[in-house]
Structures are given as C-alpha cells and as structure tokens.
Design a protein around this ligand. Structure first.
Ligand SMILES: [Zn+2]
Length: 199
C-alpha cells in the first residue's frame, strides 16, 4: 500500500454499489471491504461484509419473533475464486456451457460481500434449493416485508428477469445500507437497476 493511502476509519465504501452483468466490481473494492468470518448453515466458514452481517443478525432476530427461521448459505465470493471456477468449468465442459452457467469473474454481486443467499428452516427441515424456496410463498412474503427495515433489498425480483438478467431468487438479499432508500425500492418493487435509472 502507498504511504498516505491508508483508509480513513470513518470513510465507508458505497453500500449502494451496482454490480451486475454490465457493471464490473471496482478494482480496489476487495482490498477495502471489511470482511468478517462466520459459520453458515452447513458449518462452513463464509465471509460477509461487517455491517451487512450485523444487520443480517438483526433481521434474523426480528423474523425469529414471527417464527421464521433464516440461516446463512453463502455470501462473499472472491474474484480469484470465480476465475478458478470459470477455468475448471471451461476445461471440463467447454466455453459455451461455462458462459451459460457460471458468472463472469468481476461481474457477480457476490464479490461485494454485500449479497447474502439465505436458506430457511421449516419444521426442522433445511430448505436450500431456489425452486423449493420459491414454493414457500408465505414464509418469503414475511421475510421480504422486513428486509428494508434493516437496509436490505430483494435483488432478483419475480417478473423482472429482463432487467436483472437473473431468474427470480427469493433467497438473494442485498445490503444497501440506507433503510430509507431500501424502503423506497421495496415499496415500489424496484430492481437496483431501475432505482439507478430513476435517480
Ligand atoms: Zn446469490
């Protein structure tokens, strides 16, 4: 690191950052973001951005009071790991398959450490497949209703696949920091892309 380049403790990064199939992760993001290690539902160690994790715990506690049990599945994935994955898939299955099923390194929101995939526990059973979660409409309605209070939004909305270029993912939560903006986005059922184009 260059002398004089140390990060100011009060200086936060931009929690509203847009990373999608057209917008790349900023080159210095990974060196600045503050990661915390935590165990997920399968007892694996995963990493999440510090403030996002704190707010996630608040969200989880609020949901527990309504008998909804959410657990962490995955969060941060490094650019390097994504590049390795891409290579492994390309060698094994070829480029066309890889392009279809593997996120392009630098263009995944999971690189930000602000995106969290959750799973749920219902009647002591862990539900972790996206399609199974889509079927749990009542539970996810309760989860989605609470997100904005803690600065989270639902990122890949139903019926908005042509904007996000992702299928509906009820489990993919995104921390954006500002609860007021999160409420505006969730109340109007907006994608982050739409929020930026309306701004
Ligand atoms: Zn995700």
């Amino acid at each position: 690191m260059l002398i004089g380049c140390t990060k100011n403790d009060n200086q936060k990064y931009d929690y509203l950052i847009l990373v999608n199939k057209q917008n790349k992760l900023p080159a210095d993001w990974e060196t600045n973001v503050e990661l915390v290690e935590v165990q997920n539902a399968y007892d694996e160690t995963i990493k999440v951005e510090k403030e996002a994790l704190e707010k996630y715990y608040e969200l989880r506690d609020a949901l527990l009071k309504e008998w909804v049990d959410i657990e962490l599945d995955s969060a941060y994935r490094s650019v390097q790991r994504q590049e390795e994955l891409w290579k492994e898939f390309e060698e094994e299955y070829g480029i066309d398959y890889t392009k279809k099923y593997v996120a392009v390194p630098w263009y995944s929101e999971h690189h930000t450490a602000l995106a969290i995939d959750i799973c749920i526990i219902k009647d002591w059973v862990l539900i972790y497949e996206n399609n199974d979660m889509i079927a749990e409409k009542e539970i996810f309605a309760k989860i989605h209703e609470k997100l904005a209070d803690y600065g989270f939004i639902l990122r890949y909305l139903e019926w908005k696949e042509d904007i996000t270029w992702y299928r509906y993912e009820p489990r993919h939560l995104r921390y954006i920091g500002d609860a007021k903006i999160a409420k505006e986005i969730m109340d109007n059922w907006l994608t982050l892309e739409e929020y930026y184009s309306l701004k």
